[in-house]
Design a protein around this ligand. Structure first.
Ligand code: AHG
Ligand code: MN
Ligand code: MN
Length: 337
């Protein structure tokens, strides 16, 4: 009897990347090394998250980030951890983070072929009530000979080299992809071994789902088309009612939608006329992953991955999930129904 059946049981994230199963250009090993640094940072952050309640890293630092939000200590810790990890091994030229107003330069050495954008701690408002939170990252290649600047980051999401997230839930998982060809894969952390093991190979999102995810508390601020869609999806018309799930952590709501199908929507509203979620390090990474898994992601009507960014922290509306459900939402936005 073979110890490890051919289904790759016991396959670690590091081995999966090293063996080219993510489709990374193994030529120089730089991309492989970069992704493994991100996985290393995820291990550090997950240990910080798991100890947050004990290590007194909860509570407000009193600092306010570029979004004007109170920064919780865990946000800062995760931010520092990711920057330190990405500055090692010389593959990352610069980072952009939700927690930093401007680009953080690491090196202009041409051997640093990549830049990374990230939301170090997504779902901050859920930290001190012990609800799932996450980390989101997106990797862009630098053009040959390009001097790194903010504009290095301002590329449409369709140009991403890789994207992924860490979800600190009942277990910690890393989910990542280098694009449609090589699929989306999930790895679950075993703290007793200190490794992420392949647990969800080639995640595919169902064509249609039965769950919708939106903050109904914003109902009075929505446009009429969004209100009409919301009424339809609750079965108040000709449609069958969908179930409702809303965690308030994008990583958790998007992860569930990726695995189970359905739709997540954070449309523009009277309070957030440009949308609430950030294009570079929330919407783009998830749009990249959802499309690679066979789903769709729009700003309500336009493909997220085609949006041309103009600033690091720009916001957008975000609708993602099963292709059919995202298309139904768009038909309401166009006034077709
Ligand atoms: P962050 O904690 O990084 O600022 O992100 C919070 C975001 C996102 O995680 C979530 O989908 C959204 O805020 C929830 O917003 P509401 O509380 O307005 O629903
Ligand atoms: Mn976030
Ligand atoms: Mn955040």
């Amino acid at each position: 009897m073979s110890l490890n059946p051919p289904n790759r049981t016991g396959m670690t994230l590091e081995t999966f990347i090293m063996e080219g199963m993510l489709g990374v250009p193994a030529a120089t090993g730089a991309f492989t090394s970069l992704l493994n640094q991100i996985a290393f940072a995820a291990k550090l952050v997950t240990s910080q998250v798991r100890r947050a309640g004990l290590a007194n890293v909860l509570g407000y630092t009193g600092g306010v980030n570029v979004q004007g939000e109170h920064v919780m200590k865990l946000d800062e810790l995760a931010n520092e951890t990711l920057i330190t990890a990405l500055a090692r091994r010389g593959h990352c030229a610069a980072v952009a983070s939700e927690e930093l107003e401007d680009v953080h330069f690491i090196t202009n050495d041409q051997r640093a072929r990549y830049v990374v954008m990230f939301d170090p701690l997504d779902g901050s408002s859920n930290i001190d009530v012990n609800i799932s939170i996450g980390t989101i990252f997106a990797v862009l290649r630098r053009a040959e000979g390009e001097d790194v600047s903010a504009s290095t980051f301002l590329k449409p999401g369709r140009e991403l080299a890789a994207a992924g997230y860490v979800i600190y839930g009942s277990s910690t998982m890393v989910v990542l992809s280098t694009g449609r060809e090589k699929g989306v894969h999930g790895f679950t952390y075993d703290p007793s071994v200190g490794e992420f093991f392949l647990s969800h190979e080639n995640i595919r999102i169902p064509e249609q789902g039965s769950t919708y995810s939106i903050n109904e508390g914003n109902h009075s601020r929505w446009s009429e088309p969004v209100k009409r869609w919301n009424s339809w999806i609750k079965g108040e018309g000709d449609g069958r009612p969908y179930g409702s799930r809303y965690v308030g952590t994008l990583v958790a709501d998007a992860h569930r939608t990726l695995l189970k199908g359905g739709i997540f929507a954070y449309p523009v509203d009277a309070k957030s006329p440009k949308g609430k979620l950030r294009l570079l390090y929330e919407a783009n990474p998830f749009a990249f992953l959802v499309e690679a898994a066979g789903g769709a992601a729009t700003n309500g009507t336009e493909r997220i991955l085609d949006l041309e960014p103009t600033s690091l922290h720009q916001r957008t509306s975000l609708v993602l999930g099963s292709k059919l459900d995202v298309e139904t939402f768009a038909s309401f936005m166009r006034g077709d129904r």
